[in-house]
Write a protein that binds this ligand. Sequence first.
Ligand SMILES: C[S@@+](CC[C@H](N)C(=O)[O-])C[C@H]1O[C@@H](n2cnc3c(N)ncnc32)[C@H](O)[C@@H]1O
Ligand code: FES
Length: 453
Amino acid sequence: MAPFRFHVFVCDQQKPEGVPCCAARGSGQVLEALRREVAERGLEGQVQVTACGSLGLCEHGPNLVVYPEGIWYSGVTPADVSEIVRSHFQEGTPVERLACADPAALRAEILDNREKMLAARRAREAAGVLPDELNERIRAFQESRAVLTALELDLFTAVGDGAGAVEVAAKLPADPRSTEMLLNALASLRLLVKREGVFHNSPGTARYFTAGSRDNARPALLHAAHLWHRWSTLTDCVRAGTAVARDEIAGGGQDWTEAFIAAMHRNASERAPLVVRAVGPENVRRMLDVGGGSGAYSIAFAQANSALRADILDLATVEPIARRHIEKAGVAARVKVRAGDLRSDRLGDGYDLVFVSAICHMLSPGENLDLLRRCREALQPGGRIVIQDFVLEADKTAPRFAALFALNMLVGTRGGSSYSESEYAAWLGEAGFREVRHTRLPGITGLMIGWWL
Ligand SMILES: C[S@@+](CC[C@H](N)C(=O)[O-])C[C@H]1O[C@@H](n2cnc3c(N)ncnc32)[C@H](O)[C@@H]1O
Ligand code: FES
């Protein structure tokens, strides 16, 4: 028996500029409308909607095909979606005006397009033309830089409910000519919409990039803008073997620290429930959160177990930020922060959990071994260390995020990197931990856990 009554494949292929494709003709909006309509009509259990690559009718897009009948619809707009869902999926009658009436002609056109596409590809290869994927990868920084500049200028807030280039420039303040160039580029990226010379935020930028929005992520995203400057030194760092910028993570000034901890807080708050569940807070009485940042993890542990007390160790510049978060969460009686240096301080004693989240990647292998030894000294027998980090596969080429993050550490630290499971296991063993295991978590981090028995 088929798992769904209907399975709809919607082509969402993006092709290089100037080449006809469904994405350029609005397949994204069609997909969105289709998913919304299917949900609103309570058909999610019967209709499966899947975005797919080119269906071979690129000049007639957006295209979609519905199985089990194999009905092809072309030139679909968001306005057609409601009729397709009602007539085809609810009443069982395909929408004739949009459906392909001649399957043999359809098949011939698809095969013809495929042959033309392969011939064009062969011709480009023979002529030694740089493949689009490589070209796009080389230029990808332009899009990123345009958005980062807009965030630095707080441009999306200036656009507000709609504004022309001169008005936006006056608010920033910035030069009107260059502001218009930036606004136009952002509109080409669909982060803004331009109507009769007036720019409007897209739903996404209005929600995530503007002051006053509950979900405004700009303070945290400014950390990425700071990282940009570090990454521009990558070539020199690769030559030198270490960061060439003078300041380490710790020394970028209070603006840097605020953005950095805001970025950490955003990630940590999202992941904390998952991590707390995976660790199990039930039997923890005293935990030490080494380099605890905003305190998001300690707060989550304290909220999950009312008998748990947590100490956060972090830099003096971060201490007041963590205190703010702890007070806001109402756990100040049980979660304390102290300023110190995780690279050299004795870490205390009598803890039954030492949590080390997103710290080891800042340190060199030797520094990690030293830190893990001091973590073990801070534990009481029977206690455990939980390291959360980006754990690389054995050959260090995956996951991609962790492999790229190693470069982030190269440009930002003296000896940091991403490390593999076997490296963590070796340090933990050498530091005296037993029953070491790797717990994989959904998302980009994993846990390395070891016991002091
Ligand atoms: C990547 S953040 C991780 C924060 C937190 N553990 C988390 O997972 O969200 C690294 C933290 O280590 C702190 N840190 C860096 N160097 C430190 C040092 N020498 N001593 C104490 N804390 C330090 C930073 O201030 C920051 O809060
Ligand atoms: S891009 Fe959609 S059918 Fe080719």
